[in-house]
Design a protein around this ligand. Structure first.
Ligand SMILES: [Zn+2]
Length: 256
């Protein structure tokens, strides 16, 4: 089986568009549809035709292009059952642990409530690809608009058990700000310091920080590290639960 081909581009201001193309079948999925014109331009550059949209959650900057793309391509729109009413043009709903095939590539849906109540991630299990949208960012996690911190912590734990080598594609280029914040939480983490320096250099050149890997996030992302003794010591929260430590880190980031 030929590997999937990915095309990543920035659109709106800081949203990532991602196209996933299966060369065996010609299928092409747009992960969310932040901007129809940008998705069409990316597809045209590659000579691809959009067959699917895999929607992660209902926010406008992830679904605004749905209807225009459906009009142009007649593509099938898949999305979270718990936000079905808020997603334009939805054809098929998915809930936790649902699986389907994209060509011959198995995809598993992981519900990750937190940023929104029904947010889902798409895990291409054999390809070791995760499309995490606004649940897990490089060195960050999504803001908690619709669910309490404990729910997001548990959602992130569902991602943390995936294989270390999983490549993670996320929804926004927020990594520089996330890195600067992470250093305030975990200032003695050598791996984080090195990564933050790499990110400063990448962004200074106008380059993107996508994708990341789960291994890297587990070593450096404070939102996955609420159980880390050094972080708990820094926050004076050594006797608190992981959920409480996570909530404190999220609150600090909201005010950063
Ligand atoms: Zn969002």
């Amino acid at each position: 089986m030929k590997p999937l081909d990915l095309d990543v581009f920035l659109c709106r201001t800081d949203n990532f568009g991602v196209l996933v193309h299966d060369p065996e079948t010609g299928l092409t999925a747009s992960i969310d549809a932040p901007d129809a014109d940008a998705v069409i331009a990316a597809a045209d550059r590659r000579g691809w035709t959009i067959s699917h949209i895999f929607t992660t959650h209902h926010h406008t900057d992830h679904v605004e292009g749905n209807l225009a793309l459906k009009e142009k391509y007649g593509c099938e729109i898949i999305g979270p059952i718990n936000e079905a009413v808020a997603i334009p043009g939805l054809d098929m709903t998915m809930s936790d642990d649902d699986t389907f095939l994209f060509g011959e590539h198995p995809v598993r849906v992981i519900e990750t409530p937190g940023h929104t109540a029904g947010h889902i991630c798409y895990h291409f299990t054999d390809d070791k690809l995760l499309f995490a949208a606004d649940t897990l960012f490089a060195l960050g996690c999504g803001r908690l608009f619709e669910r309490p911190p404990a729910d997001m912590w548990h959602s992130l734990q569902k991602l943390a058990v995936l294989p270390d080598e999983t490549a993670i594609y996320f929804g926004h280029e927020y990594t520089l700000s996330n890195a600067r914040f992470a250093l305030t939480i975990d200032p003695d983490n050598e791996r984080l310091k090195a990564r933050a320096a790499e990110i400063e250099a990448l962004r200074a050149e106008g380059r993107f920080t996508i994708p990341t890997t789960l291994a890297l996030e587990k070593e450096t992302n404070p939102f996955l590290r609420a159980g880390d003794p050094a972080i708990r010591r820094n926050l004076l929260m050594e006797t608190k639960t992981n959920e409480e430590v996570f909530a404190e880190i999220r609150k600090r980031k909201d005010n950063f």
